[in-house]
Write a protein that binds this ligand. Structure first.
Ligand code: ADP
Length: 484
């Protein structure tokens, strides 16, 4: 079972107004380990009533929090980041236990999560305004930035810590308060974060966590006129639903939704580097990230060599319980996820694709799936259009640059894209032609707290991280001063 050096990190209760509460109904939801099926804990199955309490707490905490200086808010965030790092091992064990990712990845995510607190602790001090040269001699025009107010965040299970701090860091740095609904699969990491927030000195009501029924909690968060902003990371389908629900109160929205990332390998690429990038981009978190390469587009001249090298590397990946040393491929999050991957692979194989590695469930059973490479994949197959969210790399063939760009953009999504090429003219042309919010050029990893993360088209609205991320939690106010 779960053994932590700091047992206080296991907090199976909601955190509202600085208090740990149960659901009014007394009901609880089990949290399971996807690697073993074992029940880890049960968290409160809350709904609209507890969400209203949390919103009221966030509203009550707002005036004092926004009145603090940015430096005061920043020092609490920095202390919180330090506590995350001090408890890195425990938090990683908790995360791997509820989410499945290998321990090394979980430890990396804790660092990444802490980095958002550190970054925004400083960035909050730079929420500069502006002075606009006035067209009238007796007037002065200024722009100031102010916190939006009470915010809501709904987060997914694939990054149980970092998707929270990427929203909470800028919200709190800006002077906002927040109500979080974490994913039902991974609430324990979120509640451990809240425990450390309390220890870091976050005042009651500034950060609240409500676990339970997504529809009831989401309904209350989106309907409340007190909540001025919603930040959501998850599926495009739910993102669109929440956007509709927010229309009545016209909330500000940040939406980080699905992707269908192309990973293009041109014939002038360094193939070994491209294979390394492909592994990092495709198989991290067993393919369960929204920036995972979903379609490998490989130029005809290097197609066979790339396929062979990739399959060789993929064969050496070790599948198993993420808590075991040397495992770099954990289980998928649940049975539904494996079924989706199975369906997509079956569709490709029935249309003539070939599995040159993996191609089915892993012998370990449960929700383990073999890291897979598919060749001879065609744009008409489902893997070309749908987000796989599993360890499957489908390889499509293209002839020239124009065809690659056309194929890459032929999707409703526009989150991350990757390409490998060395010709400098091609690098610029392709980088500019890709209709994506983020482009990795000769790299399979783009995520960092210092750069803007986000997509275009059906991949969402807004940017997280970087200096742009703070603006998502601030309003501009224009002051026109006359009579001078
Ligand atoms: P995934 O398929 O990755 O689980 P979802 O979009 O279903 O993606 O889930 C992302 C987050 O959205 C989770 O916290 C989930 O509980 C929440 N969610 C799902 N459906 C709703 C809903 N109808 N209203 C509010 N939140 C929802």
């Amino acid at each position: 079972m779960l053994t932590l050096q700091a047992p206080y990190l296991l907090r199976p209760a909601c955190y509202v107004d600085g208090r740990w509460i149960a659901a009014e109904s007394g009901k609880a939801l089990e949290v399971r380990n996807p690697a073993t099926g074992a029940v880890l804990a049960a968290v409160p199955d809350c709904g609209a009533a507890e969400t209203r309490q949390a919103i009221a707490a966030a509203e009550a905490a707002l005036p004092a929090w926004r009145a603090k200086t940015a430096a005061e808010r920043g020092s609490i965030l920095r202390r919180w980041a330090e506590l995350l790092r001090e408890h890195q091992q425990d938090l990683a064990v908790l995360m791997t236990s509820e989410q499945g990712k290998p321990l090394a990845e979980a430890r990396g995510e804790i660092n990444y999560a802490a980095a958002f607190f550190d970054w925004f602790a400083e960035e909050g001090k730079r929420a500069y305004g502006d002075v606009i040269p006035s067209p009238q001699a007796d007037k002065r025009l200024l722009v100031i930035k102010q916190p939006i107010g009470v915010c809501a965040a709904i987060t997914p299970w694939n990054f149980p810590a970092a998707m929270i701090t990427r929203k909470l860091g800028p919200a709190m740095a800006a002077g906002c308060t927040l109500v979080l609904k974490p994913a039902e699969q991974t609430p324990l990491t979120a509640l451990a974060l809240a425990e450390l927030g309390e220890r870091a000195g976050v005042p009651a009501g500034v950060f609240n966590v409500v676990t339970g029924d997504p529809v009831a909690i989401g309904g209350e968060l989106t309907a409340s006129p007190v909540v001025r902003k919603l930040s959501f990371t998850g599926s495009t389908e739910v993102g669109k639903l929440l956007m509709r629900q927010c229309a009545a109160t016209l909330k500000k929205l940040s939406l980080e939704l699905g992707g269908n990332a192309p990973f293009i390998v041109f014939d002038d690429a360094d193939l070994d580097e491209a294979v390394e990038g492909a592994l990092a981009s495709k198989y991290r978190n067993s393919g369960q990230t929204c920036v995972c390469a979903n379609r490998f587009l490989v130029q005809a001249g290097v197609y066979d060599a790339f396929a062979r090298k990739l399959a060789e590397k993929v064969a050496s990946l070790r599948v198993g319980n993420g808590l075991d040393a040397d495992v770099n491929q954990g289980p998928l999050i649940d049975e539904a996820a494996v079924c989706k991957v199975e369906e997509l692979v079956a569709d490709a194989l029935s249309g003539g694709a070939k599995a040159i590695g993996g191609g089915g469930r892993h012998e370990l059973g449960g929700t383990f799936y073999k890291p897979t490479v598919l060749t001879d994949v065609l744009p008409s197959m489902r893997v070309a259009r749908e987000e796989i969210f599993g360890p499957v790399a489908p390889l499509f063939r293209f002839q020239d640059e124009a065809e690659a760009v056309q194929m890459a953009n032929d999707t409703e999504y526009g989150l991350a894209a990757y390409f490998y090429a060395r010709d400098i003219g091609r690098v610029w042309r392709v980088a500019e032609a890709l209709e994506y919010g983020m482009v990795g050029i000769n790299t399979g990893m783009v995520s960092t707290e210092v750069a803007p993360f986000g997509g275009v088209k059906s991949s969402g609205l807004g940017r997280e991280g970087s200096r742009y991320g703070l603006d998502e939690y601030m309003e501009l106010k224009y002051l026109s001063m006359g009579g001078i």
